[in-house]
Design a protein around this ligand. Sequence first.
Ligand SMILES: [Mg+2]
Length: 159
Amino acid sequence: MAELIIFDCYGTIVPAGDDPNFRYAVRQGFHRLLYHYEDDRKMAVFSDADKRTLDFCLLKVGLGRLDAYNEDHLTLERLKNLAVVCSDFEVEPSNSVFIGDNYADRDRLSAEQYGVNFIQIPQYRLTPISENDRKHYEKWLIHDDPRKPWSFEELIGSL
Ligand SMILES: [Mg+2]
């Protein structure tokens, strides 16, 4: 059981930042997942966006109450320093899980670097990815099936 759940933001909770149709939409099932876990788990968001952009985004989608880590907490290699989050919440990395779309393979590498469990989910977009980007990104991204978009409900009860 994960005592601490850390979420990536763009492509995970809200649409990927390069989605031409970007708007402040929360992925299906996310509010239900929060409702399910919020009382007995610790939770945070970690994005490589700058503080202003991230805080504004979370406020816009009604998630301003979540602790948020931003680009100020990246390593020199632009990995997410998940050790800081674990330390702030006083949870061992092995009892923590990071959930992300793995843009540029950074979510996986960040989790690996700090011994945090990792769950990769399909990238959330409102507009299908272009053919060019699909080829370019397929090394590390899982593409969502627009006919049956992935939902956070899949993780309810299993974290
Ligand atoms: Mg992302």
